[in-house]
Design a protein around this ligand. Structure first.
Ligand SMILES: Cc1ncc(COP(=O)(O)O)c(C=O)c1O
Length: 460
């Protein structure tokens, strides 16, 4: 089965970024010694890193989407911050589940239901391991980061935030980590306070933190990696400061969980939210990590089957955590696909992914700096694997449309960061966001295509 799937991978016929394609197993990296390393993979990186990054290229063949041509050009998929592509390991896990085990969980006594339930709970245990949570009961399956944050706002927030209290956010938050708190604040009479961003260099103004992280602030919710600036925030330090002051923390790990090892105990957060679909998992999957004692004290947020222990005509009692927060039939296939994604990313090596994605982020920043008239957002060094930029006289959407003709998939717009954009005096940017299956060669081609596109706009 392994080799037949790779045979059908169109990437295996391209032979362009990837010089030699043999019969690769479901995880191509397992046969890395058999495959040629592309010289361009780590251009500009120290030799040892270049070699290790080149090994990452082998994993490209695990992603059937990547081998195609778009508008007559090889696809360069640089929209990974929106969602990542899915490897065969994930696709096959879902197919296997629907082909062999499909049944509802936690309710049946028959064989298929038992298998589905075991697989669903095994995925939860694997998620706990992936984030180094203390136990599987600290993991709630959600649809997304957005749903995980809404869960905390509506359950923990309604129980713990009241009139006169404040919620501290940062100016670089995604709408998903602003709007749920706005709704909560309006309902209970609380207010929002923002830790400022320094400017186009996109750093948190930490000199303001001591003044802002004080009563009546009850919660400090912040992003690990900014999806527009590429800034990596010092989450463990921020959590430690909040903890000393008795303030609850929520980390939005949407952009970090698939790109680096995440250890919730080391970070020291109370809650952490992330999206499965941004880490090679299926769409419609996400996780909420919550410290056990907090989850246990929280009321349910959605009601229905599975989240109860007993129901009477007028009263009900709740299931134990985390089931108390999972009403109705869950996304069983999604959890099983996510389990495969966790296994896959650990085989690829999350530390290496982090180094690689940061390398491409810095490489893109450096190459873009040479393009005339460009403005680049976020820090030059120590950035994550994404870069946002703009031109005064070319609209981001127009540029993204022209780049698509070259087969380069980018994103243009406000990236759900409208308040940040307004603060910076801009409306939209073009964003290129990278993953371990992208290469330095692709970054170079992206720059060439960008220059060609700009010529079209200038009429040259
Ligand atoms: C920083 C950040 N937070 C939250 C989200 C929301 O993720 P989802 O759409 O999976 O809920 C995103 C999505 O791009 C993001 O980048």
């Amino acid at each position: 089965m392994h080799s037949s799937t790779s045979h059908h991978n169109p990437a295996s016929r391209r032979g362009e970024d990837c010089q030699t394609w043999l019969d690769l197993p479901e995880t191509a990296g397992e046969s890395r010694n058999q495959v040629h390393l592309s010289k361009a993979a780590g251009a500009g990186a120290p030799a040892e890193l270049a070699h290790r990054f080149a090994a990452l290229e082998l994993f490209r063949s695990d992603f059937p989407v990547l081998g195609q041509a778009v508008n007559g050009n090889p696809l360069i998929y640089f929209d990974n911050a929106a969602t990542t592509q899915k490897p065969f390991a994930v696709i096959h896990a879902i197919e296997r589940y629907y082909s062999k085990d499909n049944a509802n969980v936690h309710r049946g006594i028959h064989e298929l239901s038992n298998r589905a339930s075991a697989a669903y709970e095994a995925a939860r245990a694997r998620a706990a391991q992936f984030l180094n949570a203390g136990s599987a009961s600290e993991i709630v399956f959600t649809r997304s980061t957005t749903e995980a944050i809404n869960l905390v706002a509506q359950s923990w927030g309604m129980a713990n935030i009241g009139a006169g209290d404040a919620i501290l956010l940062t100016e670089m938050e995604h709408h998903s980590n602003i709007v749920p708190w706005q709704l909560l604040a309006k309902r209970v009479g609380a207010r929002l306070v923002y830790l400022p961003v320094t400017g186009m260099d996109g750093l948190l103004d930490l000199s303001r933190l001591d003044d802002l992280l004080v009563p009546p602030v009850k919660l400090f919710a912040f992003t690990h990696i900014s999806n527009t600036l590429g800034t990596i925030n010092p989450v463990a330090d921020l959590c430690a400061k909040a903890r000393k002051r008795g303030i609850t923390t929520l980390v939005d790990a949407a952009q970090s969980a698939g790109h680096m090892p995440i250890d919730v105990q080391e970070i020291g957060c109370d809650f952490l939210a992330c999206s499965g679909h941004k880490l090679c998992g299926p769409t419609g999957t996400g996780l909420l990590y919550g410290r056990q004692e907090l989850l246990e004290a929280m009321p349910p947020w959605q009601a229905g089957g599975d989240m109860i222990s007993s129901v009477d005509f007028f009263e009900s009692s709740w299931n134990i955590v985390p089931h108390k927060f999972e009403a109705g039939t869950p996304h069983i296939a999604g959890a099983i696909g996510l389990h495969a994604a966790f296994d896959y990313l650990d085989r690829v090596n999350r530390t290496l992914i982090f180094e690689h994605d940061r390398f491409l982020g810095e490489l893109a920043y450096e190459r873009l700096s040479g393009v005339s008239g460009i403005k680049i957002l976020g820090p030059q060094k120590g950035r994550a694997g994404l870069v946002s930029f703009l031109f005064d006289d070319v609209h981001a959407h127009d540029l993204v449309t022209i780049m698509d003709r070259f087969g380069v998939a980018l994103r243009g717009g406000h990236h759900c960061n409208q308040p940040l954009m307004r603060k910076l005096g801009i409306i939209s940017t073009v964003r290129a966001s990278f993953y371990f299956y992208n290469t330095a060669t692709e970054v170079e081609r992206f720059i060439d295509c960008l220059k060609e596109s700009l010529k079209i706009f200038s009429g040259a």
